[in-house]
Design a protein around this ligand. Structure first.
Ligand SMILES: [Ca+2]
Length: 207
C-alpha cells in the first residue's frame, strides 16, 4: 500500500520505517468549525509523522514524553552510541521545525520543539533515534509515548493543546503502526458563541 507521501509525490519513507505496515490515514470525524486536533504516527526506530487536523489553527510547538524504558539517542555519547539526531524526513505543506540540540536530549525521555507554518492539513515527518535503556542501539518502544501539540491562531493567540498517547491502533499515519488521533471541537466559550450565532441565524431565517 502506498504511504501518504508516495501518493502525494513526496519522497517515500525508508523501508526501515514502514516495517510495521502501511494503511490509509483515517481521520476521526471532525465537524467543520474551529477545531484543534492531531494524528500521530510513530515507529520504534524513531520515525514520527504528525498531522495538523485543525481546520483553522497552527501548531506552534510539539512535546514528546517517552515511556517504556525508551530514550532519545540523539548523540553518540552513552547511553546509546549508534545515534541519529533530530531531523525532518519530509513534510506535507510548508511546515518546518526547530529541533532541540542533539546533545541536549541524548539519553532523555522528554523533548519539545517549535514549529513554523504548521498549517491545517500539514504533516511533519521527522526522525530521532529511539533506544531502550536496557538495550541501547536496538529498537525503542513508542507504546505509551505522550505527544502534545500546542495550537495558536494567526495572531499568535494561544488556543489550546491536544495530547495523544500512542497505542497500537487501527489507524496509521504514513505507515507507522503506532498511531492515534485526538481532536477537540470548539471549547465551551467558542461553542457558546457559535450556538448564539446559530440561534441568530435561525431566527433570521424564520423572519
Ligand atoms: Ca547516545
Amino acid at each position: 500500500m502506498k504511504s501518504d507521501f508516495s501518493s502525494s509525490g513526496l519522497p517515500s519513507i525508508p523501508k526501515k520505517m514502514s516495517i510495521l505496515g502501511a494503511s490509509a490515514l483515517v481521520s476521526l470525524g471532525i465537524s467543520q468549525g474551529a477545531t484543534t486536533g492531531i494524528t500521530v504516527g510513530a515507529d520504534n526506530f524513531g520515525a514520527w509523522g504528525i498531522r495538523n487536523l485543525s481546520d483553522t489553527y497552527l501548531i506552534t510547538s510539539l512535546s514528546i514524553l517517552l515511556t517504556n524504558d525508551t530514550f532519545f539517542d540523539s548523540a553518540s555519547t552513552a547511553p546509546g552510541t549508534a545515534a541519529t539526531g533530530w531531523g525532518t524526513q519530509a513534510s506535507l505543506g510548508t511546515v518546518s521545525a526547530t529541533y532541540p540540540s542533539n546533545a541536549s536530549t541524548d539519553g532523555l525521555q522528554a523533548a519539545s520543539f517549535t514549529t513554523v507554518s504548521f498549517d491545517p492539513g500539514d504533516i511533519l515527518n521527522f526522525y530521532v533515534d529511539l533506544d531502550l535503556y536496557a538495550s541501547p542501539d536496538g529498537a525503542g518502544n513508542v507504546t505509551g509515548a505522550i505527544i502534545t501539540a500546542l495550537f495558536r491562531d494567526n495572531l499568535n493567540n494561544f488556543i489550546g493543546t491536544e495530547t495523544v498517547t500512542l497505542a497500537l491502533g487501527s489507524i496509521s499515519l504514513n505507515g507507522f503502526g503506532y498511531s492515534h488521533s485526538a481532536s477537540t471541537i470548539p471549547e465551551p466559550t467558542a461553542a457558546l458563541l457559535g450556538g448564539i450565532g446559530m440561534l441568530a441565524l435561525l431566527r433570521r431565517r424564520r423572519n
